[in-house]
Design a protein around this ligand. Structure first.
Ligand code: ADP
Length: 242
């Protein structure tokens, strides 16, 4: 994926969630965004996903600047798959229906076509046995895997994941991370905020450290974890690996 972000600001009242953030990603497939809670990771991902308008700044995705005008955004969002921390699925719809309804309502597919696309995706990820279940009948890990299947069904240019495992216990975390790793190996462009450092190191081509609304260090998986890139990143890593 290619990302070009310049002078990006996001203000919530008095709070500057992003502060003149600059980031350039050129051709990396899997990018992990890490950093302390409240640093701005989620805000940055929502702005890149086109679900939040920045206060000011420039964001370009794969060579095309995002126009934060509502009608243009609606089109832009179709290029992106987004998965949140938890509670992604509508509770009164089956797993299958959770995938097909957006295809029918947002993308204008016929029901048969939507069913076929959803079933292909569920089979691909080994989730077909859950197709007829309601979210309450699924574990948190299974729900999150259905959410990822839903995000992937339209083959997005970028799959954006905002701390997809932070609501899960370690066993369920593993099944979700394994699915993300499989997607990476299939060549999916992945942009993921995570607290899972070992996973980020293993699965990312590039890591970006976000703190106080700015990029406080970035690099490939080896250079990123070598201390000395920035004092704040060293401090953050020393806490994480304590
Ligand atoms: P992170 O994902 O790194 O934990 P966030 O992007 O969620 O960080 O938050 C960055 C800052 O912006 C925090 O101080 C947070 O309280 C604030 N913030 C985020 N979203 C909102 C919002 N919708 N309304 C008000 N403040 C927000």
């Amino acid at each position: 994926m290619n990302l070009e972000i310049k002078n990006l600001n996001m203000r919530y009242g008095e709070e500057m969630a992003l502060n003149e953030l600059e980031l350039s990603i050129k051709g990396d497939k899997a990018v992990a965004v890490i950093g302390p809670s409240g640093g701005g990771k989620s805000t940055l991902l929502r702005i890149i996903a086109g679900i939040e308008n920045p206060t000011s700044g420039f964001v370009s995705v794969n060579g095309a600047p995002i126009d934060y005008e509502e009608k243009k955004l609606r089109e832009y969002r179709k290029r992106i798959g987004m998965v949140f921390q938890a509670y992604n699925l509508f509770p009164h719809w089956t797993a299958l229906k959770n995938i097909t309804v957006p295809l029918i309502k947002v993308y204008g597919m016929h029901k048969d076509e939507a069913d076929n696309a959803a079933i292909t995706m569920l089979k691909h990820f080994g989730l077909m046995e859950h197709a007829g279940k309601l979210p309450a009948q699924l574990s948190g890990g299974q729900q999150q895997r259905i959410s990822i299947a839903r995000a992937m069904v339209r083959k997005p240019e970028i799959l954006i994941l905002d701390e997809p495992t932070s609501a899960l216990d370690p066993q369920l975390t593993k099944e979700v991370l394994d699915m993300i790793l499989a997607l990476k190996e299939e060549g999916t462009n992945i942009l993921m905020a995570t607290h899972e450092m070992a996973f980020a190191k293993r699965a990312s081509d590039r890591l970006v450290f976000i703190e106080s609304g700015k990029v406080g260090g970035e690099g490939g998986p080896i250079e990123f974890f070598n201390l000395g890139m920035s004092k704040r990143l060293d401090e953050f890593l020393s806490h994480v690996f304590e």
